[in-house]
Design a binder for this molecule. Sequence first.
Ligand code: SF4
Length: 117
Amino acid sequence: MKKNLICIECPKGCALDVDIENCRVVKVTGNQCPKGETYAISEIEDPRRILTATILTKGFPLKLLPVRTDRPIPKARISDAMKAIRKIRAISRVKTGDIIAKDLLGLGANLIATREL
Ligand code: SF4
């Protein structure tokens, strides 16, 4: 199977042609540097995303606190992560970057505040 991807690792945006066999990348062409191959392998074999969301606050005028994971998490676990995030309440003051939930679902990423509360 072949798949076309655009590398997003730098502004050049190389068009990648990716050969895939049994869900594994066997060849990448079109990349102008090694990062393109690494990106294609990650995107096909273990796609990950930074998750952004909001959590409810309690006792503050601001009702929703924006949050995000501090590193990408597996795309396949985003739904589970959202379920966990919906149960979290911000009940005390936080600064931008403060950890709201450490090692969310054991995925190796912390949930952090992206604004002050
Ligand atoms: S393959 Fe390299 S040069 Fe091309 S977009 Fe990706 S990082 Fe940039």
